[in-house]
Design a protein around this ligand. Structure first.
Ligand code: PMP
Length: 408
């Protein structure tokens, strides 16, 4: 594949060379957080070693350098998401903050008791709990749309849940548990036809495939830096001009103001209006470098590589008839959740795999409504990233066979 030599790419990630429990690390917990390439680590070190200062407080050399580097990331994110302008990008600490900002700043002042928000049953708690706040505090009604047995979400079912009380559709682009890809473009088309804005949780999608927010047409698109091979505490939300103009600031403090007097406050222009206080300067700079790294590899190339991994993993997992893989939509990312026939708890699976140097996650994956829908309390999850290989799929299968022997 042009531009994509997985072994060369692996060499960019120093942690992949380490051993865990005396075995080469097989890192399959990318859904929780991904590893960092050397360029990102170097950017962080360089920023703190040579270019550190607070931003937007100018008038000295280092502050100007830090501000320039920090502000340049806005344009990088806009390019990564194909937003029309860097002014459509609000920098933050990640998806959780982004969605909370929309809940407090946009939804809360616009919603009254009885108004409705449409969600899918596959949402991560980050795209549930902020809406529960509105339910608890002002009587907003949450309407849940279920997936079919394979984990596919039908856009027509989402549209059918919309009533004249619906004020927002909030939907994930890719499920962090099942890997199901959601047709958010079609959902947006159908919701907009009924005058309802759409928020997309892009945390798990932007890492696996090219994302074009203008093509999707959604109103809000949230991403998180640490899953995109960048530092923790970095992220962004894309917000259309129209919605940004409607949004009230969520956190107040320095930087987001134009003027403060004893009597009144006026605000900075958007998007700065929504960015109060000292931000994650170095994290954001590192995030920008991570996105440049991904764009140099090509998100299309990454998607094709992961598609191959997914197809191979699917074919090998199908051979394990004692393993229950949850969610099998044809259109899914390389994320696999499973349980084992017999008494074994998902945590026992991850413990056995860990002994083999394989990192997977076990639990409810911050998606308890989905767990209830699937009728399980927990699953083990193997989530692949750009640096994983088919040999690592083989190691996973071998270790799962051991789980079956020991636990099944
Ligand atoms: N949404 C989804 C689908 C996720 O997988 C995650 C992270 N597990 C989040 C939201 C929250 O992201 P963060 O913790 O980075 O804010």
């Amino acid at each position: 594949m042009k531009n994509f030599d997985v072994n060369a790419i692996r060499a960019d990630f120093p942690i992949l060379a380490r051993q865990v429990n005396d075995k080469p690390l097989v890192y399959l917990d990318n859904g929780a957080s991904s590893q960092k390439p050397q360029v990102v680590i170097d950017a962080i070190t360089n920023a703190y070693s040579h270019e550190y200062s607070n931003v937007h407080r100018g008038l000295h050399y280092l502050s100007n350098v830090a501000t320039e580097k920090y502000e340049a990331v806005r344009a990088t994110i806009a390019k990564f998401l194909n937003a029309a302008s860097e002014d459509d990008i609000i920098l933050n600490s990640g998806t959780t903050e982004g969605i909370n900002m929309v809940a407090y700043g946009w939804a809360m002042p616009r919603m009254a008791a009885g108004d409705e928000i449409v969600l899918s049953v596959m949402e991560h708690h980050a795209n549930i709990v902020p809406w529960h706040f509105l339910r608890e505090r002002q009587g907003v009604v949450l309407k849940w749309v279920e997936t079919d047995a394979a984990g596919h979400l039908d856009p027509a079912k989402v549209a059918a849940a919309i009533t004249d009380k619906t004020k927002l559709v909030a939907i994930t682009h890719v499920s962090n548990v099942l890997g199901s890809k959601v047709d958010v473009k079609e959902i947006t088309r159908l919701a907009h036809a009924q005058g309802v804005p759409v928020l997309v949780d892009g945390s798990q999608a932007a890492v696996h495939m090219p994302v074009d927010v203008r093509d999707i047409g959604c109103d809000f698109y949230a991403i998180t830096g640490h899953k995109l091979y960048g530092p923790t505490g970095s992220g962004a939300i894309y917000v259309t001009r129209e919605r940004m103009a409607e949004m009230r600031p969520f956190i107040g403090g320095g930087d987001m103001i134009r003027e403060v007097t004893r009597e009144a406050v006026s605000y900075n222009d958007p998007p700065m209006k929504f960015e109060a206080g000292t931000p994650g300067i170095v994290q954001t700079i590192g995030f920008g470098v991570a996105l440049e790294y991904l764009m140099a590899l090509g998100m299309g190339n990454i998607a094709r590589h992961e598609e191959q991994l997914k197809t191979y993993a699917q074919s090998r997992l199908q051979g394990l008839n004692w393993l229950n893989v949850q969610g099998n939509t044809p259109d899914k990312a390389a994320i696999f959740s499973f349980t084992l026939d017999g008494a074994a708890h998902a945590h026992d699976i991850s413990t056995v795999l860990d002994k083999k140097g394989i990192a997977v996650r076990a639990g409810h994956h911050c998606a308890q409504p989905l767990m209830a829908h699937l009728g399980v309390t927990a699953t083990a999850r193997a989530s692949f990233g750009l640096y994983n290989t088919t040999q690592e799929v083989d190691k996973l299968i071998e270790a799962l066979e051991l789980c079956h022997e020991l636990l099944g």
